[in-house]
Design a protein around this ligand. Sequence first.
Ligand code: GTP
Ligand code: MG
Length: 295
Amino acid sequence: MFKSGFISIIGRPNAGKSTLLNALLNEKLAITSPKPQTTRDNIMGILNLPDAQLVFIDTPGIHKPHHRLGKHLNRNAYQAITESDINLVIVDAAQAFGSGDEFLLSRIANSEVPAFLIVNKIDLLSKEQLLKVLKEWQNRYSFAEIIPISALEKDNIQELLNLCKSYLQEGIQYFPEDMKSDHDAYFQISEIIREKVLYKTEEEVPHSVAVVLEHVEENEKQLFIQAMIVVERSSQKGILIGKQASMIRSIRMAAQKELKRRFQKNVTLELFVRVESNWRNRSSKLTLLGYGDNE
Ligand SMILES: Nc1nc2c(ncn2[C@@H]2O[C@H](COP(=O)(O)OP(=O)(O)OP(=O)(O)O)[C@@H](O)[C@H]2O)c(=O)[nH]1
Ligand SMILES: [Mg+2]
């Protein structure tokens, strides 16, 4: 019997959803960072086994939105919840239960789809601390399964995969075997650049950034990329460029290095910075930057 199904990974920002997607697929499909709201798109990771196809969907962290962009991110996550055969609700074991978790539980309550609680980051806890966390969560919601993992250290990932598979029903192969994700190389290039910005900047800057590819040229040995980093204010443009262009250079070098590794060829990356005031609140800009604002 061939099994298949859609498995959404949902949770609060920074819980480790994208790190889990990458661990499940054993490949970096989604960027990750210590900054909340790293992921802005639903990202599919398609796992092909001899007798099953598991389609995982990484989603943006569910949070209280302050911009139109934030509302759009939440909508992406809610959409995934309604379309899945299993929901993986992932929490950071080192964080205390809060109103954000309560809200998350309210979004899955009454759903007929089985929900697994994934208690992540157990590498940060002692055995006693973990037992306490598991007990607390057990009392809050009747999850179909509770699985402690470390997405970062790939601890208990195979067990999670086996459990997911055991819950899936007989089904068709939705996607061709050689398809790993629903996003193309262009998306991955712009996301890698955005990831380097997330790591190197602080406060409002990482959240105010979008990356647009303006020109890509490729031959057997070379990849040439021109990309635009869009920010919301001219002060942010100043920060991104930095003293004597030191910041933009360091972003460019870090992105170039990873792109080289990823595409296994020489990469020349050129970065430009442009101000689009208040783009996160402007419907037309959101659409242009790839965050379709379908309100
Ligand atoms: N120690 C530890 N850190 C982890 C683990 N999983 C993820 N992290 C870290 O937690 C941070 C957030 O991880 P992400 O995977 O980007 O989290 P996310 O839930 O996708 O976040 P958003 O996209 O912002 O919603 C990163 O710094 C990760 O390296 C883990 O198992 N252990
Ligand atoms: Mg993410």
